[in-house]
Design a protein around this ligand. Sequence first.
Ligand code: ADP
Ligand code: MG
Length: 349
Amino acid sequence: MATGLSSKRILLLMDTLRTTEPEAMELVLREEGYREDRQLKRTLETLGHEVFAFGLGDSIEDLLRVVRRVRPDIVFNQCEAFAGDRSLEPQVAGLFDLLGLPYTGASPRCLELCADKGLTKKILSYHRVRVPAFAVSTARRPMRRSGGLRFPVIVKPLEFEASEGIAQSSFASNWEEARARVEYLHGKFGCDVILEEYVEGRELYVSLLAEARPQVFALRELVFGAWPEGKPRIATYQAKWNDDYRKKWGIRSDYARSLDPKVEQRILQVGKKIASLFELRGPARVDLRLTEEGEIVFLEANPNPCLYRGEDFASAAERSGLDYPALLDRILQQAWRRRRPLPAILRVA
Ligand SMILES: Nc1ncnc2c1ncn2[C@@H]1O[C@H](COP(=O)(O)OP(=O)(O)O)[C@@H](O)[C@H]1O
Ligand SMILES: [Mg+2]
């Protein structure tokens, strides 16, 4: 690629349960379940970079050691957890800020903010972006009454991702059903819980490369092809991760079809506005619902969305003219522009 970033040393950071050194990671990446990660690494290599995949388990010392050894120019941050704990994702990114190493994707602050499904909605309602009304039930002080919530609602863990804890029974038509789900989540995960008014509508994903002038990609939609009429369409854990279930109900991601171009533009604009309000950086996905009445309602912002080839984000970029190598190159270039003069850890020989 003529305008691509010149050859760099890249630490491809992934999360594993135990430290997995680059040499061992090579073997892991050959396994069947790692096809997409392998593809990502190979693509970075075809761009002319030297790539060291490292599995961060539960040892920061091991990470520092590998950074000293590899002396990367950039960290390609694919790490979503530390020691299996997703709530520590922001701190991992923060570590690279302390080390002075440029890394791809979102800042700790943005990761922290977007993890909180309540706080994000408070901020957006201040900025007049439509959000579902909600209430939070904390594990310490569980909600005893429905307050002013209108039913139906959807009951979700406040800070989980990937639809963990979200099933069809998360949909509640009345307070009794909602309370049962709230209690279940408090009991099973010990987590705080959010109850949101259920927004009926098409589920649309705005993918973008967020920078000073963000580039938005083709709009994607989660389609429920063979879903029973009248049953709430929710991207549950099953709907996201169980291939048989997806096939059975015709659940798939696709480009958003037959949308009025004006409506589509409005949706992309809302996505951009949210990206800027949350200071999203690099690859990001904003999830919205479009109601029958044409209202655009915020569901969730995902900093560092899945970058696998064939998933929503890369497909959206591809449709907008950025093939996979070009997309990864852009992501790297953006990280590289944020570099600081001398990474402290690399100054010590
Ligand atoms: N207020 C809501 N109204 C309608 N559907 C919702 C609402 N909140 C969540 N959902 C459904 O549940 C899915 C997962 O919710 P989300 O908040 O994105 O959690 P996660 O972070 O686990 O992906 C959404 O993609 C959507 O299908
Ligand atoms: Mg989501």
